[in-house]
Every structure is written in structure tokens, then in C-alpha cells.
Design a protein around this ligand. Structure first.
Ligand code: 13P
Ligand code: SF4
Length: 338
């Protein structure tokens, strides 16, 4: 049984400069009865709870069986023997779990069910693009719907995108939906001397496109020995000013071995800043908060509700045809990421 003291001792270092992101003892006292109820029900139902690192810390440190980035979580769920999957993240991640485990119930306790990238492109768009670009391989970011994956050849995540684009056996690539990540791919392929014709869709992540070089410049003036870390959904201008770019888990791993004498600016959703403050409290990190409203719409109350009494809206449903076609696209990611 988790106690409020234990939870508070974990979360008390979180300060991400936005309202609701700091943890008092009384907030932890409110969370703990919900956390303990969820953990009991989870055992009773042989459920597994997967949580993306952007989700609120009381969920990560209270009820998660696995926490990670999109790639790590899809690998974890591939090997799970639970009867029920609760995916605390955004809808496309729950769909990836269902594509990999069509026989299992996958529930999502997410109120908003969106993602600015996944919402920017439809399967019909891909069908039209394929007529326009019949010789291109269609490579989609994992932040896409199951229907879009079903129309694409291979999917990628931020942790494997460059290797998959390099290894994929086609010199004509249509990458979608993230235009900024696409521009970063074009630069990285030039750096690796890989010659591919790469066309791009127009989507962006509203959280990551908000980071601007001007702001980084002013932080560099204010903080000595500043190391800048960025997610590849940021613009190339931002990545040019960064010391390291990678997926959310790769950013956390970089921090683990980085020197404690530096200051750090971490340009991604503030869930990563919170995880660093909890797990590496000795690191000097700038309290910056760019919050993803979709990820943060998951709550303990909703996790408990979907465990006790899920509605039809909470269940991931994918038709058999789409699941089979999308599985080919996701399995191709595992094949080419190695
Ligand atoms: P990661 O795979 O790096 O966790 O990214 C997921 C995401 O949605 C970033 O905005
Ligand atoms: Fe989608 Fe951006 Fe939120 Fe990631 S941070 S889930 S890409 S809206």
C-alpha cells in the first residue's frame, strides 16, 4: 500500500512553472486512496498499465507498470501476458497496442483523445498521395491513426526514425505527418551522406513547434554552461542550437550521464522535466513548462472509472482489415529499426 508520505517524498521536487504542477502533502493525501484502489483492481483483473512519460507524475509514480517513449511502450506491450491493457497516453498509442494485441481489450482513460500530429492527416489523404507519388515508400510517424498506418509501408518513432529512413529499401520516401521532423530527417540524411528524395506532409506538434531559437538565445545569456536538449519534433533551427536531440527516453538517458555542473534546458513536454526533477534531483534544470493538453487529460479518476466500468468510448476498436494492414506497417518498424 502506498502512503501519502512516500508519494510526497517522490514528488516534492517537481516545479515546472505551471499551475497544478507542484505537489503538496495534502494533494498526495487525495491521490493515495485512488492509487491504492487502482492497484488492487489491476491485480484482480490481470491488467497492465502503460504510461507515457508526458502523463501527470501521480499516475507515473502511483500506478504505472511500464513508463516510456512510444517505441519502448510498443515493445513492452508486444511481450505482455496481461488480459487487459490500460494505455494512459493518447489514442494513437492505445491503437498501436491494439494493432499488436488484437485479441485483448485495450482501454484509454483519455478525455480529449487527440494529438495535433495524428489529427493532421487521414487515410484518404494517403490514398490520394499514393496516386500522386506512386514510386514513393510511405513512412509514417507512430503519431498517426490505425487507418493511416494501414495505408503506409513502415512506421517510425522519434527513437528510430533516422535509422529506419536510412535502412528502408527505397530511395524515394514520403514522410508524414510531422513536417518539422521531416526537415530534421532531410538534414540528418545529408549528414550521413544518404541520398534519398524525401517529400513531406504539413503537420506539426503544437507543443514542440512553440520552442523558438530566440528564447534559447536568451536562456544561453542568462545561464552559464547551459546544455540544450530537444525532441526531434522541434524545428531544425532549434535542433541546430541543441547539444543533443532524441526521443523522450533518449533525453532521459542523456541526462543520467550528463555532468551535474551544467545547467539544462529540456525542450519537450514538461513531463520530462518533472521526471528529471523526481529521478535526478541533483540536476540543475530550468523550470520550463510546455504542456500537452492531450497527455495531461488523463487522470487517476478516469483510470479507476475505466477499470471499474468502461464505456464504449474508452475501448479501442479497430476493424480486422485495418488491424491486419496496420500490423504489417508496425512490424516493419521492428524489422528496420535494428
Ligand atoms: P516519444 O516517442 O519520444 O516519447 O514521443 C512521443 C510524442 O508524442 C512526442 O510528442
Ligand atoms: Fe501529440 Fe504533440 Fe502531444 Fe506528442 S506532445 S502527443 S505530438 S500533441
Amino acid at each position: 500500500m502506498l502512503t501519502a508520505e512516500t508519494l510526497y517524498n517522490k514528488l516534492k521536487n517537481i516545479k515546472t512553472a505551471c499551475p497544478g504542477c507542484d505537489y503538496s502533502m495534502s494533494r498526495c493525501e487525495e491521490f493515495v486512496p485512488l492509487i491504492n484502489k487502482i492497484n488492487d483492481l489491476k491485480k484482480e483483473k490481470n491488467a497492465v498499465i502503460l504510461v507515457h512519460s508526458y502523463v501527470s507524475p501521480e499516475i507515473i509514480y502511483g500506478i504505472a507498470d511500464y513508463v516510456g517513449d512510444s517505441y519502448g511502450l510498443s515493445k513492452d506491450i508486444k511481450n505482455s501476458n496481461a488480459d487487459l491493457i490500460i494505455f494512459v497516453a493518447v489514442k494513437f498509442m492505445g491503437e498501436t497496442a491494439k494493432i499488436l494485441n488484437p485479441e485483448k481489450e485495450v482501454l484509454i482513460p483519455n478525455e480529449l483523445n487527440g494529438c495535433s500530429l495524428a489529427d493532421s492527416v487521414t487515410a484518404q489523404d494517403i490514398v490520394s498521395l499514393k496516386k500522386q507519388y506512386p514510386d514513393h515508400a510511405f513512412v509514417c510517424y507512430i503519431n498517426t491513426t490505425a487507418e493511416v498506418k494501414a495505408e503506409c509501408d513502415v512506421c517510425v518513432t522519434s527513437s528510430n526514425v533516422y535509422n529506419i529512413i536510412e535502412n528502408y529499401p527505397s530511395d524515394k520516401i514520403y514522410f508524414l505527418p510531422d513536417r518539422l521532423m521531416g526537415l530534421n530527417i532531410i538534414e540528418e540524411m545529408k549528414r550521413r551522406r544518404v541520398n534519398k528524395d524525401i517529400k513531406l506532409w504539413t503537420g506539426t506538434c503544437y507543443v514542440h513547434e512553440a520552442f523558438k531559437p530566440e528564447a534559447i538565445n536568451s536562456f544561453k545569456l542568462q545561464y552559464k554552461n547551459l546544455k540544450v536538449l530537444a525532441h526531434p519534433e522541434c524545428s531544425p533551427d532549434v535542433l541546430h542550437m541543441s547539444d543533443f536531440a532524441g526521443s523522450t527516453s533518449q533525453l532521459l538517458n542523456y541526462m543520467k550521464t550528463a555532468s551535474d555542473s551544467n545547467n539544462f534546458l529540456v525542450l519537450t513536454e514538461c513531463g520530462i522535466v518533472s521526471r528529471i526533477q523526481v529521478e535526478m534531483p541533483q540536476k540543475k534544470i530550468i523550470d520550463l513548462c510546455n504542456m500537452c493538453k492531450y497527455m495531461k487529460s488523463n487522470t487517476l479518476e478516469n483510470v479507476l472509472r475505466v477499470l471499474q466500468n468502461p464505456s464504449e468510448k474508452d475501448k479501442i476498436k479497430i476493424s480486422e482489415d485495418i488491424q491486419k494492414m496496420a500490423l504489417v506497417c508496425v512490424e516493419a518498424m521492428f524489422k528496420y529499426s535494428g
